[in-house]
Design a protein around this ligand. Structure first.
Ligand SMILES: [Zn+2]
Length: 252
């Protein structure tokens, strides 16, 4: 038997902020080996990936997920240390507790019950990457390409990303939107604010451009999917002073 809460805590205590692994993949591998999975580490670049399969028959049901987490941001803003995995009034607190070390632990715990019970007649596999939160070039894509080239067949896939809306288990999603990142640089001419006619301030240009982009309807969404959205994540002029018109401005 595997206690999914304890396994989640053990995974959170390995601070695997992309691309660092911190032993998280080893723990997943050890756990699955203990259940009889055939484990293959697939390392691409500096990224740890794992493909583990129990059984050889079809159909092959694959749990897909990732061990990496996003950075913790401001450590002082956390009510508990981000990688301590403390349980406070029944709530597990820690980076990766939702997205998505708990899902990996739950997958493994479910296997630990289903396999001895003889419920696995086909195969169960795990495709776990350490590169989902980063640029993800050395993660799932490369593993899938390698498996396809070998003729490995994955019939069905369950992704353990958090999807609940209000309450645990109240929403199952059938797909995931793609995303694109765009960087824009508006070049101006640096100058003193008292002599604006001798400068070209890039900030108003960029503000107007962003306002237009923000007001543009990208699409209307479709069945089961919300409309596409544009999110501005930074606005940078690198200007420490108030009396200087900066030379360039860039959102991201
Ligand atoms: Zn995730």
């Amino acid at each position: 038997m595997i206690d999914p809460v304890e396994l989640t805590q053990a995974l959170i205590r390995r601070p695997s902020v992309t691309p660092t692994d911190a032993g998280a993949m080893d723990l997943v591998e050890q756990t699955l080996r203990g259940l009889g999975f055939n484990c293959r580490r697939m390392t691409f670049g500096q990224i740890e990936n794992l493909y583990a399969r129990y059984g050889t028959a079809g159909p092959n049901l694959c749990f897909a997920g990732h061990t990496d987490v996003v950075p913790i941001g401001d450590a002082a803003a956390w009510s508990r240390e981000a990688f301590a995995a403390d349980i406070v009034e029944g709530v597990l607190i820690g980076r990766g507790s939702v997205d998505m070390k708990s899902a990996i632990a739950a997958f493994a715990a479910a296997c630990a019950e289903a396999i001895p019970a003889g419920e696995v007649t086909g195969s169960i596999s795990f495709l776990i990457t350490g590169d989902e939160e980063g640029i993800a070039t050395d993660g799932t894509i490369k593993v899938v390409q390698a498996l396809q080239s070998e003729g490995e067949v994955i019939d069905h896939c369950i992704v353990g990303e958090p999807t609940s809306s209000e309450r645990f288990g109240d929403m199952v999603k059938i797909g995931r939107r793609g995303s694109i990142n765009v960087e824009i640089t508006v070049e101006g001419i640096q100058g003193h604010v008292a002599y604006p006619h001798r400068a070209a301030n890039p900030i108003p240009v960029l503000v107007a451009l962003l306002a237009k982009l923000q007001d543009t309807e990208l699409d209307q969404g479709y069945l089961g999917f919300q409309p596409s959205n544009l999110e501005l994540t930074t606005f940078d002029v690198g200007n420490p002073t108030t009396n200087l018109i900066p030379a360039e401005a860039r959102p991201g």
